[in-house]
Design a protein around this ligand. Structure first.
Ligand SMILES: *[C@@H]1O[C@H](CO)[C@@H](O)[C@H](O)[C@H]1NC(C)=O
Ligand SMILES: *[C@@H]1O[C@H](CO)[C@@H](O)[C@H](O)[C@H]1NC(C)=O
Ligand SMILES: *[C@@H]1O[C@H](CO)[C@@H](O)[C@H](O)[C@H]1NC(C)=O
Ligand SMILES: *[C@@H]1O[C@H](CO)[C@@H](O)[C@H](O)[C@H]1NC(C)=O
Ligand SMILES: *[C@@H]1O[C@H](CO)[C@@H](O)[C@H](O)[C@H]1NC(C)=O
Length: 353
C-alpha cells in the first residue's frame, strides 16, 4: 500500500507547488513502477482478473481497475476490459482512436493518452461521449488541431497542451461545468470566442506559449490561476480583473505590455497574491493592491522606484504585504529607493534591483 502514501505526499506536494509546477505525470509512472515490481513476482500464475488483460499491457492484480500500456511502441489502442477505471497509454505511437475504443468500459475515470501521434481527423467524434464518469483526460503532446468533440460533462481536468490547436470555437467546451483545470499551453491559439464561459468551476487556466493578442473574454468568476506568459498581449481592458474576484495568480511575462496599454488601476485588485509582469515593455511600476505578496517586474524598462505604486498611505494598518519584489534588468539606479520604502514594504524579504 506504498502507493497510497505516495499519492498523499504527491497531492500535498502538488498543492504546495501549484505555482510553477512543470510535470504532473512523473508520479504516474512512479506508482506504476511499484506495480511492475509486484507484478513480476506473480507473473507465473496470473489471477483470473488478469486473464482479460491485453497481452501488451499490465493489469496489476492489486489494482483491478487499472491497466498500464504505456511506453511499449504501440501503434494501436488495445482492447479495454469493461472493469477498467484508469487506463495509461502514454508514450506510444498511437495515431488513431476509433469511436468504439472504450465501448465496453464506460466506467473509465482517467484516460491517459499523452505523447502519442493522434490527429483530430483520426480521433472519433463520439469516443468519449458515453464515459459519464470520466474525470481526467490527458491528450497533451499529440497532433490535435481541434478540441475533441462530445466531451462528457463529468470532466474535471483536460490536458491539451503541446498540440497544434489554433482556435477555440465558443461551443468547444460547452456544458463542462465541473471542469477545474484546463491546460492549453504550447499550442498556436489565436482566437478564443468566449469558449470559457461554460466552465463555472474553473480554477486553473493555462494558455501560456500561444499566439494570443487579446486577453480572453468571459472568464468564469471561479478562476484562481491565469497563465498567459509567452503570448502577444499588449493591452488589458479597463476593469478586466474586477470580474474575477477569486483570482490569485496571474502570469503575463514575455508579452508586449506597456504602461499605455494598462488602465491605471488594472492590477489593484484585492485578491491578487502573485503577479508576474516580467519581460514586457513597462516604464513605470503599475499600482498594485497592498495584499499582493509576489511581484515580478524584471526585464522591463522601468526607470523609477515609485513607492506610491505600493502604498498610497503608510500607517499601522496601511502597508504592502509584498514579500518578493524583482526589479532587476530594468534601468533603475540602486540609490533610487525612496527613504520611506521600509515602512511601506515592511514584509519584503527580497527586493532585487
Ligand atoms: C464489447 O463487448 C461486446 C460483447 O461482449 C463485444 O461483442 C464487442 O466486440 C466489445 N467491443 C469492443 C470494442 O471490444
Ligand atoms: C505528429 O507531429 C509530429 C511532430 O510535428 C510529426 O513528426 C509526426 O509525423 C506527426 N504524426 C502524424 C501521424 O501526423
Ligand atoms: C459535478 O460534480 C458534482 C459534485 O462532485 C457531482 O455531484 C455531479 O454529478 C458532477 N456532474 C457531472 C455532470 O458529472
Ligand atoms: C488601490 O485601490 C484602493 C481602492 O480600491 C485605493 O484605496 C488604493 O490607494 C489603491 N492603491 C494604489 C497603490 O493605487
Ligand atoms: C488605511 O488608512 C485609512 C486612512 O487613514 C484608514 O481609513 C484605513 O482604515 C486604513 N487601513 C486600511 C487597511 O485601509
Amino acid at each position: 500500500m506504498k502507493w497510497i502514501s505516495i499519492l498523499i505526499t504527491v497531492s500535498l506536494w502538488e498543492m504546495s507547488q501549484c505555482q510553477y509546477e512543470e510535470d504532473t505525470h512523473w508520479w504516474l509512472s512512479y506508482i506504476q513502477n511499484q506495480f511492475y515490481n509486484y507484478d513480476s513476482v506473480y507473473e507465473e500464475d496470473r489471477p483470473p482478473s488478469s486473464q482479460d488483460c491485453p497481452l501488451e499491457c499490465d493489469c496489476p492484480p492489486s489494482f483491478p481497475t487499472a491497466m498500464y500500456c504505456d511506453n511499449r511502441n504501440l501503434k494501436h489502442l488495445p482492447y479495454v476490459p469493461s472493469r477498467m477505471k484508469y487506463v495509461y497509454f502514454q508514450d506510444n505511437h498511437i495515431t488513431s482512436v476509433q469511436d468504439d475504443a472504450f465501448e465496453n468500459a464506460t466506467g473509465l475515470m482517467w484516460v491517459v493518452l499523452n505523447n502519442n501521434q493522434i490527429s483530430s481527423d483520426k480521433l472519433g467524434g463520439k469516443v468519449f461521449s458515453k464515459l459519464n464518469n470520466l474525470e481526467r483526460l490527458y491528450l497533451d503532446s499529440n497532433n490535435l488541431t481541434r478540441v475533441p468533440s462530445s466531451l462528457p460533462r463529468s470532466l474535471r481536468e483536460l490536458h491539451l497542451s503541446s498540440n497544434q490547436l489554433n482556435r477555440l470555437p465558443s461551443n468547444a467546451l460547452e456544458g463542462l461545468e465541473n471542469m477545474t483545470a484546463l491546460h492549453l499551453h504550447d499550442n498556436q491559439i489565436q482566437e478564443i470566442g468566449g469558449a470559457f464561459k461554460w466552465l463555472k468551476s474553473l480554477v486553473l487556466l493555462d494558455l501560456s506559449n500561444n499566439n494570443i493578442r487579446k486577453v480572453p473574454d468571459g472568464l468564469p468568476a471561479s478562476l484562481q490561476q491565469l497563465y498567459l506568459e509567452f503570448n502577444h498581449v499588449s493591452t488589458i481592458p479597463d476593469e478586466y480583473f474586477r470580474a474575477l474576484p477569486n483570482l490569485q495568480y496571474v502570469r503575463l511575462s514575455h508579452n508586449q505590455l506597456s504602461n499605455d496599454g494598462i488602465p491605471f488601476n488594472t492590477f489593484n485588485t484585492t485578491s491578487l497574491l502573485e503577479l508576474d509582469l516580467s519581460y514586457n515593455s513597462l516604464r513605470r511600476i503599475p499600482p498594485v493592491n497592498t495584499n499582493l505578496e509576489h511581484f515580478y517586474l524584471q526585464g522591463n524598462q522601468i526607470t523609477e522606484f515609485s513607492i506610491g505604486s505600493f502604498c498610497k498611505i503608510v500607517d499601522i494598518t496601511n502597508f504592502s504585504r509584498i514579500q518578493v519584489l524583482r526589479l532587476d534588468g530594468n534601468i533603475i539606479q540602486q540609490n533610487a529607493i525612496p527613504p520611506d520604502s521600509p515602512l511601506c514594504l515592511r514584509h519584503a524579504g527580497l527586493i532585487d534591483i
